[in-house]
Design a protein around this ligand. Structure first.
Ligand code: AMP
Length: 215
């Protein structure tokens, strides 16, 4: 199974990609996580990407396509993958198509997750992430207190730098301007499956599994 999870920041792509990658036994490829790791390690890409991530803008397409080329060719994607956060622009989608053609692979579904903008602002402002296992929590729905530890693995929870209110608004604008046109792009290719991402985590997972005919 090869999926793309697509939608605005805060819609729950990371949460769902983690659950689905376990259920479908395929790799979860989050370009955001890869970039944050590169920044933390201080690699060449990380040095170039640091200020861009903090500003909420997009890392240049060429860098992103190279990152994806390496990962899709690697052993970990042999049994399939879920792309979370890539592609984010039309040139990235075109680069991905080219790459998949070269590798003789096809995307099965592009899941477009939709949600109210008000809900996004609420979710991102309350989002905390485990530094070790990567689980994502919400201060409201998970009854987690600020400064708490991960209920799963006990590591400290942190808030992403780009989940601050000013940057959230910028990221939403970038999404509407540069990423939303991908909806039409994938609709024209017959791959788009739109789902309502407003429900509980379990409901959204079930909805995704239903549209990809997995239940
Ligand atoms: P995410 O964790 O998916 O919200 O990504 C966090 C940040 O990483 C984004 O706001 C961008 O700055 C950068 N980023 C992640 N994926 C991409 C991509 N496909 N193209 C450009 N920038 C990206």
């Amino acid at each position: 199974m090869r999926l793309i999870l697509f939608g605005p920041p805060g819609v729950g792509k990371g949460t769902q990609a983690k659950i689905l990658s376990d259920k479908l036994m395929v790799s979860h490829i989050s370009t955001g996580d890869m970039l944050r790791e590169a920044v933390a390690k201080g690699t060449d890409v990380g040095i170039k990407a640091k200020a861009i991530l903090e500003s909420g803008k997009l890392v240049p397409d060429q860098i992103m396509i190279e990152i994806i080329r390496d990962v899709l060719k690697s052993e970990k994607c042999k049994n399939g993958f879920i792309l979370d956060g890539f592609p984010r622009t039309i040139p990235q989608a075109e680069g991905l198509s080219l790459l998949l053609n070269q590798l003789g692979l096809k995307i099965d579904h592009v899941i477009c997750m939709e949600i109210d903008e008000k809900e996004i602002l609420m979710r991102l402002g309350n989002r905390y992430i485990c530094a070790k296992c990567g689980n994502i929590y919400n201060l409201d729905t998970n009854e987690i207190k600020n400064g708490a530890y991960c209920p799963t693995c006990g590591e400290t929870l942190y808030q992403r730098d780009d989940d601050k209110p000013e940057t959230i608004l910028k990221r939403l604008k970038v999404y509407h301007d540069q990423t939303e046109p991908l909806k039409e792009y994938y609709r024209n290719l017959g791959l788009l499956r739109v789902i309502n991402a407003q429900g509980s985590i379990q409901e959204v997972t079930n909805e995704i599994l239903a549209v990809i005919n997995h239940i």
